[in-house]
Design a protein around this ligand. Structure first.
Ligand code: SAM
Length: 356
């Protein structure tokens, strides 16, 4: 890459299909492909060393490589105990030789920790956007595609060939523990997926209801509950969150703890207004159903909704129904999904915990 005056700016990975044509990989000019592959190996090692310093020993699942945040634009790798789950989001990272080098370095670094299998997770929409040929999620190395892993002392099933994201929402790991600290009484986990928040709430609450629209996610949630016996049994419900909250409010149901973790409503800047209306509707209904002293844990994973937008939405919802809301914690994604100053796209998750 060069400036208009011909001054070298550095090296970038290119895509002839994406709206993001160039993704910077180095501020130096790389002389050849060999140097690029060497740099990739080095970045993989640095990403692993960073996690070894800050991920607690009892976390058996965490993000190892987070794309631009680790200087590896377009590459995501999560560890689920002995299985690495890899996603390539760009033409460059999907190149066979680049993938091979990344996998070889990963397996070398984890040789002493019995990490032996690598699965590639495919998001068909992203492959289409990058004009990459369709491909199934599949085993690339080793023999295992499924395992059981623990985070915060709670056990979960992992199936590398099904589910959403790379299998779980690992970005919420630290927020699960934070939500558990404040949870009490009767709890409701809306958009529960495979039960990440619900299973943490069950450690502190007298009763937990958890709702999601995905039947396959709820089936795994029930299996996860069975892995962690000895807590109040969780009521798993299949349904639409908006309808459920409306009907529950009409029926006068109340809770002491409510978690809202919807999918990203703002997929682009263009639908920010509609997204904020959606968040406000959900939060209004939840605030109404909380008993005095109740705890709301409310999240947004839309990058286009800023922290300020999200807090404004919450303030406006609280004002509309005359609730006094105290901020307990204003959180983001877990530390293994680093936020890099200067790359705003690396900060996307908001998790606000408040007392109502
Ligand atoms: C961000 S994920 C939730 C992650 C979950 N809290 C966790 O920590 O694992 C959003 C979830 O919302 C569910 N979902 C999407 N639209 C929904 C709707 N209208 N009603 C209920 N659930 C919905 C999806 O199936 C998905 O499981």
């Amino acid at each position: 890459m060069q400036s208009e005056r011909g001054r070298p700016l550095g090296s970038a990975l290119s895509s002839n299909a994406s709206q993001i044509a160039l993704r910077m990989i180095s501020q130096s000019v790389l002389s050849d492909e060999g140097e690029l592959l060497g740099l990739l190996r080095q970045r993989v090692r640095e990403a692993i060393a960073y996690r070894r310093r800050l991920v607690p020993a009892d976390a058996e699942a965490y993000r190892l490589i987070f794309s631009e945040a680790d200087g590896l634009p377009g590459l995501i790798v999560d560890r689920y105990r002995q299985i690495l789950s890899l996603q390539t989001l760009t033409q460059a990272m999907d190149r066979a030789d680049i993938k091979e080098v990344a996998i070889a370095e990963l397996l070398e670094q984890f040789a002493s920790e019995a990490v032996s299998s690598v699965v590639q997770r495919v998001d068909p929409r992203i492959r289409e956007l990058e004009q990459l040929p369709p491909a199934p999620s599949r085993l690339l190395r080793g023999e295992e595609t499924a395992t059981v892993y623990a985070i915060n002392g709670i056990r979960f099933h992992y199936d590398g060939l099904s589910g959403q994201k790379t299998g779980a929402f690992l970005d919420q790991r630290e927020n699960y523990a934070a939500a558990q600290r404040y949870a009490h009484g009767s709890a409701l986990d809306v958009f529960c997926y495979q039960g990440g928040f619900a299973l943490h709430l069950a450690r502190k609450c007298d009763s937990v209801t958890a709702l999601d629209s995905s039947r396959p996610a709820l089936e795994v949630a029930e299996q996860n509950e069975a892995l962690n016996p000895g807590r109040p049994s969780i009521e798993w419900m299949e349904g639409n969150a908006f309808d459920f909250l409306k009907d529950s409010a009409t029926a006068g149901r109340e809770y002491d703890t409510i978690v809202l973790d919807p999918p990203a409503f703002a997929k682009s800047r263009r639908n920010l207004e509609t997204a904020l209306r959606g968040y406000k509707e959900l939060n209004l209904r939840a605030l109404r159903m909380l008993r005095r002293g109740g705890v709301l844990v409310t999240c947004s994973c839309s990058y286009h909704v800023s922290d300020a937008d999200f807090l404004d939405m919450l303030r406006s919802a609280a004002a509309d129904i005359h609730r006094n809301v105290r901020l307990l914690e204003h959180r983001g994604q877990a530390q293994d999904h680093p936020t890099v100053l200067g790359i705003p796209e690396t900060h996307y998750l908001k998790c606000v915990i408040c007392s109502v």
